[in-house]
Write a protein that binds this ligand. Structure first.
Ligand code: CTP
Ligand code: CA
Length: 219
């Protein structure tokens, strides 16, 4: 890994990374989000930059510092993340979708703050599916090299390979523990057309460097 970073394996390449959770409003002061901290995505953006790439990071709400030399664009909703990604994608060589994107948005979000009422009625939220950013990018005629992530709670080896094929991508990264959210360490499994390979427990920054080396070999 160290050797590949001395060689700047991604020099001259442009890499777009999504990271963090998304936030889907219910009203002006409330919304639906998830437990993604953004740490894995930020570590990957940092590793790609260290490897010589020009890196754009499209980030949902996180408490993290922008990695050195990385161009960060902040978004809240899945739709905003989609629009930013699609407007940048034609210049990119690699797309790494690390964000935990909300699968649904609230279509009847209120323009004003919802108020409790004396009857104790709860608001009725209606949902609609969000665009699948990764699947859309992977279907473009001039697509970048696409890498997906999958957080599964069971059957990772089966679901991981199925998800890779369903999304039409050459490389998918599964989290072995689904308790990865917020942690500094992780264990990954890489799925490609040849099968799967484990990256044992290590810091997210170390795993990010290994993943960047794996991606660079495949370009
Ligand atoms: N993804 C995306 N846009 C979405 C949903 C997911 O770009 N609207 C990306 C994620 O960033 C990740 C990959 O797709 O790289 C897999 O996300 P995941 O939630 O595991 O898969 P889904 O296809 O949404 O399937 P499900 O949640 O039902 O398992
Ligand atoms: Ca999902």
């Amino acid at each position: 890994i160290v050797a590949s970073f001395h060689r700047k394996v991604l020099a001259g390449k442009r890499v777009l990374v999504t990271a963090g959770p998304t936030f889907e409003p219910i009203d002006p002061v409330r919304g639906i989000t998830n437990l993604s901290s953004g740490k894995m995505g930020y570590a990957i953006a940092r590793a790609a930059r260290e490897a010589g790439a020009e890196v754009t990071l499209v980030s949902g709400p996180t408490a993290l510092t922008t990695p050195y030399g990385v161009h960060r664009i902040n978004v809240q909703t899945a739709q905003q993340m989609h629009d930013v990604v699609i407007s940048h994608i034609r210049d990119e060589d690699v797309f790494i979708a690390v964000a935990a994107v909300a699968d649904w948005k609230v279509v009847n979000a209120s323009e004003q703050k919802l108020k409790k009422n004396t009857e104790g009625d709860a608001p009725q939220l209606q949902f609609e599916q969000n665009p699948d950013i990764l699947a859309e990018v992977a279907a473009l005629p001039h697509k970048p090299f696409c890498v997906g992530f999958a957080a599964e709670s069971e059957n990772l080896l089966q679901y991981g390979e199925e998800k890779r094929r369903k999304k039409g991508i050459p490389l998918l990264v599964g989290n072995i523990g689904h308790q990865t959210f917020g942690k500094d360490d992780n264990e990954l499994v890489l799925f490609d057309e040849r099968g799967h390979r484990r990256l044992p427990l290590a810091s997210k920054q170390n795993l990010a460097r290994q993943l960047i080396a794996e991606i660079a070999e495949r370009l």
